[in-house]
Design a protein around this ligand. Structure first.
Ligand SMILES: Nc1ncnc2c1ncn2[C@@H]1O[C@H](COP(=O)(O)OP(=O)(O)OP(=O)(O)O)[C@@H](O)[C@H]1O
Ligand SMILES: [Mg+2]
Length: 282
């Protein structure tokens, strides 16, 4: 049975010059413990797609249609209270920019502990103990003493570890990671990807992983979906798509990726650059 089942999800924004469809009839299924990567260039609708599932796209003004069922509960028409309960307990999210996701005025330990206080009703002391354990489990050295630090005392990579500790502390069934490593340098990016993979395996967490980088997504996720201009143009097992991409756009993404293109073949220009959206065409 699916943990998350999304059927014909569409999101459009009314603009002065007509409605803009950011997500166009997207359907996918995610089983418990499964990893699905959504890849696509900037503006293809990846973030709007997952944010709308979490009730984070205000509607109105957006028009959101379709169905999304998580553990048997309908997400799109759920009352705010239900969504808040699911968010942060059953479904956690981590975002691109670890520099702005932490509150500068609260000690790191209290921010990691907060979901436990909200969702599990633990006392401050109990929650802090669990938070220090969580910091150690995401590879933060000297977790005990560092836990009392402030966010500005952490590097970008360490902050992203803090965000991951916070996201995993309630043992969510689903982790949504929206470009979690884009703001980090390559070595730190590698460490964070490895950490996400390890936690996913250890806890059997399902992961919805978003990136514009096909190689990153294929590394973390067993399944892959390719988005272009709001449409999911291709989905399947990552290995299969890398071996034999069915859609010309996926082939384009592969052929212009330095790490993935066939050796000996020339690197190509992004097909998108050669084929502007109709609205931008002269
Ligand atoms: N509130 C909004 N009102 C109008 N248009 C919006 C709104 N939010 C997003 N969009 C548009 O929807 C499209 C999809 O945006 P989205 O943020 O989902 O892209 P993305 O695939 O996540 O890109 P990136 O890789 O840059 O994060 C973009 O063209 C964006 O400008
Ligand atoms: Mg995005």
């Amino acid at each position: 049975m699916s943990l998350l089942s999304v059927e014909k999800l569409s999101v459009n924004f009314p603009l002065r010059r007509g409605a803009f469809t950011a997500v166009d009839s997207v359907s996918f299924d995610l089983a418990a413990g499964e990893t699905l990567g959504i890849v696509g260039e900037s503006g293809s609708g990846k973030s709007v797609c997952v944010s709308s599932l979490m009730g984070l796209v205000p509607s109105p003004p957006a028009n959101i249609s379709g169905r999304a069922v998580f553990k048997g509960a309908s997400l799109l028409d759920a009352p705010g209270e239900t969504l808040r309960r699911i968010r942060g307990k059953e479904i956690s999210m981590i975002f691109q920019d670890p520099m702005t996701s932490l509150n500068p005025y609260h000690r790191v330990v209290d921010q990691i502990a907060e979901p436990l206080r909200i969702h599990e009703g633990l006392t401050r002391k109990q929650a802090r103990l669990r938070a220090v354990e969580a910091m150690a489990s995401v590879g933060i050295p000297d977790a005990e003493s560092r836990s009392r630090a402030w966010p500005h005392e952490f590097s970008g990579g360490m902050r992203q570890r803090v965000m991951i500790a916070m996201a995993m502390i309630t043992r969510p069934a689903l982790l949504i990671a929206d470009e979690p490593t884009t703001a980090l340098d390559v070595t730190v990016q590698r460490q964070i990807l490895d950490l996400i993979k390890t936690l996913q395996r250890e806890h059997g967490t399902a992961v919805l992983f978003i990136s514009h980088d096909l190689a990153v997504v294929a590394d973390v996720c067993e399944h892959l979906a390719v988005m272009r201009r709001g449409v999911m143009v291709e989905q399947g097992r990552s290995a299969e798509i890398l071996r034999a991409p069915a859609h010309p756009y996926t082939r384009g993404l592969l052929s212009c990726h330095p790490a993935l293109h066939e050796p000996g073949e020339p690197l190509r220009v992004m097909p998108e650059l050669l084929d502007p959206p109709a609205s931008e065409a002269p």
